[in-house]
Design a protein around this ligand. Structure first.
Ligand SMILES: [Zn+2]
Length: 391
């Protein structure tokens, strides 16, 4: 077809050229200069439009404390949780403005995902909604707070798990009903904790067969709890049973048509090893990032220091404090990318997950271009409890 069409066009052009030459023959000097031969008006040969021509080849991730992440895939940017104050009972508008302005130096903020309603995850969400006007995808209680704050009802979409959010031609978020963390040696029945969600993010790259994938969960328990169906509002008229967390994630992975999960950003900061033992082999994970760091206060030179983005991460996350997880990842061949400070950034592409420069964003908060600081770090306040004896 293409050859035929090209040949026909070539003939048409040749005919026009011949006509043009004939008009020039033997004209006097007074005649106006011959005009250029008319241009063929036939459309050019059809070239198929590559639907993946504008697909992003990478995802940029930025961690800004606790379970706060910013993701940028091409021209689409979004935030998970975004709790930048972690104290008080109402949002702090100036802190939200500062975070948005800093993050926008390296991307955009087009929507928000919220894993669960606790204050260290969702307190600022109503203010983010107000300042940006962008959609929020969140548990029911967070949406209630968004509306009560004066935002339009339609701005917050209540999630229940199982939703597929196709955010543009290349980026899809699948909502996974997950579970909240449990204490040492506690085994759940399926009804403990607030409604908690993880998000399976997939990004189509220019290579048709390659999707980048991230599973971000801002809390969680592991072991057998991943296989117990979740029961919401137990004992009330609105009691409802949902699938088990593992099944929910497996379904999302299957629907996404991916063979593995490239990166798991797993929370909470403690007992992650229980989830890791199930998830890492089941989903052939390549990279792991702990988060939910910095929530709790620590002691530095006898003074209590808590979460403050301008101070920097006030205690380090040390692999030696999670020896079981560290050993397990070594046997699984999973590579850890541990945050060192707030606004650390990375880039995930088909070949790697590597740190990326984010100095200009860090500078907004007075943070050094790399590494911890400017505040002095104390010991991890949960040192010795990041893994329990029976984990
Ligand atoms: Zn939390």
């Amino acid at each position: 077809m293409k050859v035929t069409s090209f040949a026909r066009n070539a003939t048409a052009v040749a005919t026009l050229l011949v006509a043009g030459l004939a008009a020039c023959g033997g004209g006097s000097d007074n005649e106006p200069a011959p005009t250029a031969p008319p241009v063929a008006t036939n459309p050019p040969p059809e070239t198929p439009v590559d639907p993946l021509a504008k697909a992003p080849a990478e995802v940029r991730t930025t961690w800004f404390g606790i379970s706060n992440w910013h993701y940028q895939a091409g021209d689409l940017g979004f935030i998970l949780d975004g709790e930048v104050v972690n104290s008080g009972r109402t949002p702090t508008p100036a802190a939200v403005t500062k975070a948005l302005e800093a993050l926008k130096l390296r991307g955009s903020v087009d929507f928000f995902l919220v894993g669960h309603e606790h204050g260290d995850h969702a307190l600022q969400i109503p203010e983010y909604a107000k300042q940006t006007g962008k959609p929020i995808y969140a548990p029911a209680n967070v949406c209630k707070a968004v509306v009560a704050y004066g935002n339009p009802e339609g701005q917050c979409v209540t999630i229940n798990g199982g939703e597929t959010l196709k955010m543009n031609d290349f980026v899809t978020v699948r909502v996974v009903r997950w579970l909240h963390s449990l204490d040492c040696d506690q085994i759940g029945t399926g009804s403990e904790g607030v409604e908690t969600f993880g998000f399976l993010i997939t990004v189509q790259t220019p290579q048709k067969e390659k999707l980048l994938s991230i599973y971000a969960s801002d809390s969680g328990a592991g072991g057998q709890d991943l296989f117990i169906p979740r029961v919401v509002a137990k004992g009330t008229a609105s009691e409802k049973t949902y699938g088990a967390p593992f099944t929910n994630l497996a379904n999302a992975v299957s629907e996404a048509n991916i063979e593995n999960i490239d990166l798991w950003q797993g929370g909470p900061e403690s007992r992650v090893v229980n989830q890791a033992r199930v998830l890492m082999p089941a989903f052939k994970m390549k990279y792991f990032q702990p988060h939910h760091l910095g929530t709790r206060a620590t002691s530095v030179d006898g003074v209590s220091v808590g979460f403050k983005l301008e101070y920097g991460l006030h205690f380090p996350y040390l692999p030696s404090e999670v020896p079981k997880l560290t050993a397990f990842m070594a046997t699984e061949g999973v590579e850890a990318q541990n945050p060192l400070n707030y606004f650390d950034a990375w880039v995930l592409n088909k070949d790697s997950y590597r740190t990326a420069d984010n100095a200009n964003v860090k500078a907004v908060y007075g943070l050094p271009a790399t590494g911890p600081g400017p505040g002095k770090q104390g010991p991890n306040p949960r040192s010795g409890q990041l893994e329990c004896t029976n984990d």
